[in-house]
Design a binder for this molecule. Sequence first.
Ligand code: ATP
Ligand code: MG
Ligand code: MG
Ligand code: MG
Length: 439
Amino acid sequence: MRLSRYFLPVLKENPSEAQIVSHRLMLRAGMIKQQSAGIYSWLPMGFKVLRKLENIVHEEQMRAGHIPMLMPTLQSADLWRESGRYDDYGEEMLRISDRHGRDMLYGPTNEEMITDIFRSHVGSYKDLPLTLYHIQWKFRDEVRPRFGVMRGREFYMKDGYNFDLTKEDALHAYNRHLVSYLRTYERMGLQAIPMRADSGPIGGDDTHEFLVLADTGESEVFYDSAVTDIRLGERDINYDDKAQCQAIMEEFTALYARTDETHDEAIFNAIPEERRRSARGIEVGQIFYFGTKYSEPMGATVQGPDGKPVPVHMGSHGIGVSRLIGAIIEASHDENGIIWPEGVTPFHVGIVNLKQGDAEADAACEALYDSFTALGLDPLYDDRNERAGGKFATMDLIGLPWRITVGPRGLKNGVVELTCRRTGASEELPPEQAVEKIA
Ligand code: ATP
Ligand code: MG
Ligand code: MG
Ligand code: MG
C-alpha cells in the first residue's frame, strides 16, 4: 500500500475523551471512529488488524476440529423465552420490535439459537461430538461503555458451542477450547492466563476466564506469580488426544489464579508470600461447561446407544476479538505509539522515502516495495511529500515492526537504514540485505 493512496486519518492531538492508552492510540492512529457511545466504525487500518485477529481465531478453531458457520445478529425473543433468559438477561439486552410488533433482540450471545439449530438437525448420538462456532457482532447495552473497543456496546466475538453425549466428552471439549485459546493468544503475542471465574448469566459450574495482565484492566485478579512462567510454545498438539488436552489444562490451571468473584483468601495466603500477586486484568475470553442447562428446557436431545433420548451436554466458549486489539495495544506500546507483535501487524514493514521526487530514492523505494510484495509481505510505503520528522512520527505511531529509511545520502554508499520498532535499534545495510532480514 502507498500511503498517498491509503486512508489513514492520523490525529496529531491526543483525543480528550480517551482515558486509556489503547483507546488513545487507536483513535490517533486512525483505526476507529466512534459513531455513538460504544459503537465504532472500523477505519481501514483498524479493520485490517481486526481481520488478522479473526483469521488467527479461525485457524486455531479449525485446527482444534471446530466447525465455522454464521448466525444472524438479530434473534427472535421466542427462543429466549424458551430458555427463560428473555426476562433474566435484563437491561444489557437490546430489545427491538419489527413492523409486525414481533419481539426481536440484537444477540448478546447465541446459546439459544445454536441449541435450536442443533435440535432441528441432530437426532443421534452417532452425530456427536459436534462443536460449531461463529465470529459475529454482538450487542450488549453496557451501562458504561468506555475505553474504546475494550468495552463497546457493539463488539465482535467468537462464540463456539460444543454438543456431547457425556459429561466426560464435554469436558474434553472444554479442554480443547482451553488449549486452542492459549495458542490463539500466544500467536497474537499475548500472555492470557486462564483464571477460575464466575459463570454469570451464561450459567454452569466449570468456567475459566482468560486474562491479560494490565493496570487498565477492569477485573481484579489474584494469582501465584509462577503461572506467568508457563507457555504453550511450539508443542505438538493432538486435539483428539483426551489425555494430552487434559494434561495441558491441568498444567495451566493447577496454580492459584482467580478473579475476585472466586477469590479465596485462605488458599491465597497459603502461597509463599513472594509469589502472591494481586493485579488487574483484561478479560479476553471465557470458556464454560454448563451440562444440560439449555438442552433440557429446549429439548435438545439425541437418541443414545440404548435408543432412549438423552439431553446433550454443552459448553460455550467466547473470545472478544475486537477487545483483543485494545488488550494487545495495552500490552505493547511506548510513548511514541503502538508496537505491533509480528503476528497481527497491519503491515509488515514501513518504507520511508526521505526525498520524494529524487529519482534514485524513488526507484530504490519502488524496488523495495516490489521485493516485499513478491515475497508475499505487505509493505506500507510513505510516498508523501512530507518532512522526515512527520513521516517518522507516523511510522512510530502506527507501530509496524520494521521501518526502512531510504535517502539519497545513504544510497550513495549503497545502503538504507533498517530500524526495529520494538528495540529502536538501527543499522545501515544494502537494500537486498534489509529485505532478507525482514523476510
Ligand atoms: P465482561 O466481564 O468484560 O463484561 P463478559 O464476561 O460479560 O465480559 P462473556 O459473556 O464472557 O463477556 O463474552 C466473551 C468475551 O467477549 C469476553 O471474554 C470479552 O473478551 C468479550 N466482551 C464481552 N463484553 C464485551 C464488550 N462490552 N465489549 C467488548 N468485548 C466484550
Ligand atoms: Mg459483561
Ligand atoms: Mg466477565
Ligand atoms: Mg466472561
